[in-house]
Design a protein around this ligand. Structure first.
Ligand code: APR
Length: 252
């Protein structure tokens, strides 16, 4: 049974002029999206994700990495957004109707926030549905499928190999997205950190930036994280359970 939300938290949400939200793999967990750190199954059980989602892995065996992403795309293809995603859509609508700035920053590459209906989503780690050329960097919309190697880039006879447009270990985040996310964290009145372990940088610094800028920081997670002891409110539980109730308690 959920305890009542603190009065001051509800007040802070109602009075905010700028709201920023950061989501991680936990926000998609109730949709059935396997998280990165979960044990892999089937054909891929013997591989560590860290050894596939990396530039050196693609250089060594591009086909294996391509196939792994095909498999992950298949897993994501049929899943639906969950109640937590829909609560964030509701929150965006309600806040925008009151001319409150709302920024949704996600580390997830599954596109579920957009599928649910959120308008302004900053993708820090790319999107698994998009493909780009490993050589020229152009996002590719068409390619010829093969069964031995990833498709080649068709851009101006570039001929590079295509790869998913996601951020791999050791790679930089898309600069514009990162700058927007940092700006939102630094100027918001309230920051929600939802379903993220806050272990992977630089996204993990965003809640701390908000705290340093004197924002109210709320964490929604069933498990403690490195920031739990520092946030203004730690709401322990699943995002699909807590978020709809928080929206109803604030604006219902
Ligand atoms: N609701 C809220 N939080 C949840 C739920 C849920 N239903 N289920 C799990 N969690 C929490 C876990 O307790 C954990 O703290 O979600 C967090 C997921 O942590 P990670 O798997 O580390 O995910 P994330 O923080 O998004 O990882 C960051 O690392 O693997 C890379 O690029 C990948 O974007 C990913 C990044």
């Amino acid at each position: 049974m959920m305890k009542r939300f603190p009065e001051d938290l509800i007040k802070s949400l109602r009075n905010a002029k700028r709201v920023a939200v950061l989501t991680g793999a936990g926000a998609s967990a109730e949709s059935g999206v396997p998280t990165f750190r979960e044990a892999q199954t089937g054909l891929w059980a013997e591989y560590r994700p860290e050894d596939l989602a990396a530039p050196y892995a693609f250089e060594k065996n591009p086909w294996r990495v391509w196939e792994w992403y095909e498999w992950r795309r298949g897993l994501i293809e049929n899943v639906m957004p969950n109640k937590g995603h829909y609560a964030l859509v509701e929150m965006e609508k309600l806040l925008k109707a009151q001319s409150v700035e709302f920024t949704l920053i996600t580390q997830n590459v599954d596109g579920l926030h957009q599928k649910a209906g959120n308008q302004n989503v900053i993708e820090l780690h790319g999107n698994i549905e998009r493909t780009k050329c490993a050589k020229c960097g152009k996002v590719a919309v068409r390619w010829q499928t093969t069964e031995t190697h990833p498709p080649h880039c068709l851009q101006d006879n570039c001929g590079g190999l295509l790869r998913p447009d996601v951020v791999w270990f050791g790679e930089s985040l898309p600069l514009e997205a990162l700058h927007k996310a940092m700006a939102a964290a630094q100027r918001c009145n309230i920051f929600l950190s939802i379903g993220t372990s806050t272990l992977v940088q630089p996204a993990a610094s965003l809640p701390t930036m908000a705290l340093d800028a004197k924002a109210v920081v709320v964490e929604i997670n069933p498990n403690p994280t490195p920031i739990t002891g520092r946030v203004t409110y730690a709401l322990e539980g699943l995002s699909g359970y807590i978020l709809p109730r928080l929206v109803a308690a604030t604006w219902g």
